[in-house]
Design a protein around this ligand. Structure first.
Ligand SMILES: *Cc1c(COP(=O)(O)O)cnc(C)c1O
Length: 427
């Protein structure tokens, strides 16, 4: 059989009939521990000589099915699920970084990631250098001998911006550092970062992947393509590991080194484990990912076009509009569409934005995205509140800007709702 298409993988990858019962849907293995066959089996598992289940902080069959599905959808060799998207970001950086090391990151990131990278990671002795990723010379110049990763989003939250992943991966490759791409807003249906040179792909599965606002979850997918032993920059993966009797992850596990390290060290010691019930909801969500994303994109194009033609609206930043400076990148980076997250600016400024948000009826005012329901938020007063005004503007979250996450309802109803709310907002 040839490699199945995305639509087939999203239903089947990682899921086989349950060996004990024949259950067709992936069961929720609500168990903490697993009985060892005998003492030798237990010893082999603890020594990483055999793959199996020990304790659900490390591995669980429901979570493993989701890991296999995400690796298949992203075209990677392995994946590690985590309790949230933010957890996944720390889990991705953890084996790479160390005190004094830095990550070169795009200025256009989810507000929470800007805070995590500019404030919290300092407590580990790590730091981030923020650069405009359209300025490839600046990205190249920012990478120094202590840089251990380059980090960006494929379609950047709060929307309207697409990173030229081919250009950025050419730079990170040349420098011998891995490129980590947050693919949350695009999903692997719209964009496959590994095909554009990404080393690791991280997701907040909380968003489009689960798709209905029920779960907090994250994942790190490894391309398996990076040579961790090419330099001495990544000792966690290339040098002897004292906690496993001097085992060298890269030498022992080859392309699976990062994934095994993520489970055997990352989940074991940081404990940001995804629970099996959350994994089950996410597996069910992913079964309809392509159908939902097609509808999200179709609706977003309709709503964005309508807003752009409305005199009450100053501008719309949706990369799927021909007026967008990033429209040309859609065909190359995310050929099936620019997702359904974007912003628009109201001529009435901050006050009009607040009134608009209080006047919508179908849209929900929530700090989330990628739900079946359409969502609205004023980023400057909420998700991007911790940022300075300069950081807000750089992130596309200026005071006069409202962010929409377009759902899968009927587009005409969404337009009618915005129309009546705009009437109240600019009255
Ligand atoms: C939501 C989000 C995150 C953080 O994910 P959580 O699951 O909320 O921890 C990271 N990146 C992007 C692009 C997001 O939208």
């Amino acid at each position: 059989m040839t490699t199945p298409h995305f639509e087939t993988l999203q239903v089947h990858a990682g899921a086989r009939p349950d060996p004990a019962t024949g259950a067709r849907q992936v069961p929720i293995y609500q168990t903490t521990a697993y009985v060892f066959r005998d003492a030798d089996h237990a010893a082999a598992l603890f020594n990483l000589q055999e793959v199996g289940y020990i304790y659900s902080r490390l591995t669980n069959p429901t979570v493993a099915a989701l890991q296999e599905r995400m690796a298949a959808l992203e075209g990677g060799v392995g994946a590690v699920c985590c309790s949230s998207g933010h957890g996944a970001q720390i889990m991705a950086l953890f084996p790479l970084m160390g005190p004094g090391k830095n990550v070169v990151a795009s200025t256009r990131l989810y507000g929470g990631t800007v805070t995590q990278f500019s404030q919290t990671i300092k407590r580990f002795g790590w730091s981030a250098k923020f650069v405009d990723f359209d300025d490839t010379d600046a990205v190249e110049a920012a990478i120094d001998e202590n840089t251990r990763a380059v980090f960006c989003e494929s379609i950047a939250n709060p929307g309207g911006y697409i990173t030229d992943l081919d250009a950025i991966s050419a730079i990170s490759n040349k420098a011998g550092v891995p490129l980590i791409v947050d693919n949350t807003t695009a999903t692997p249906y719209l964009c496959r970062p590994i095909e554009h040179g990404a080393t690791l792909v991280v997701h907040s599965m909380t968003k489009y992947l689960t798709g209905n606002g029920t779960v907090t979850g994250g994942v790190v997918v490894d391309s398996g393509n990076f040579d961790w032993s090419a330099s001495d920059k990544f000792p966690s993966l290339s040098a002897p590991e004292p906690a496993y009797h001097g085992l060298k992850f890269h030498e022992t596990f080859g392309p699976m080194a990062f994934t095994f390290h993520g489970i055997a060290i990352g989940l074991r010691d940081l404990g940001m484990t995804l629970n099996p019930q959350a994994a089950h909801y996410t597996l069910m969500g992913i079964e309809t990912l392509s159908l939902r994303m097609d509808r999200h994109v179709e609706n977003a194009v309709k709503v964005a076009n309508w807003l752009e033609a409305d005199p009450r609206v100053d501008y719309v930043t949706y990369a799927g509009l021909p007026s967008s400076p990033y429209f040309d990148r859609v065909a190359r980076i995310c050929p099936k569409g620019a997702s359904s997250l974007f912003t628009f600016a109201l001529k009435g400024g901050y006050e009009a934005c607040v009134k608009l948000i209080e006047s919508v009826e179908i849209f929900s005012h929530v700090a989330n995205l990628g739900d079946t329901r359409s969502l609205i938020i004023h980023s400057a007063s909420t998700t991007h509140r911790q940022l300075s005004p300069e950081q807000q503007r750089a992130a596309g979250a200026a005071p006069e800007v409202v962010r929409l996450s377009i759902g899968i309802e009927h587009a005409d109803d969404l337009i009618a709702d915005l129309d009546q709310a705009l009437a109240k907002a600019v009255a």
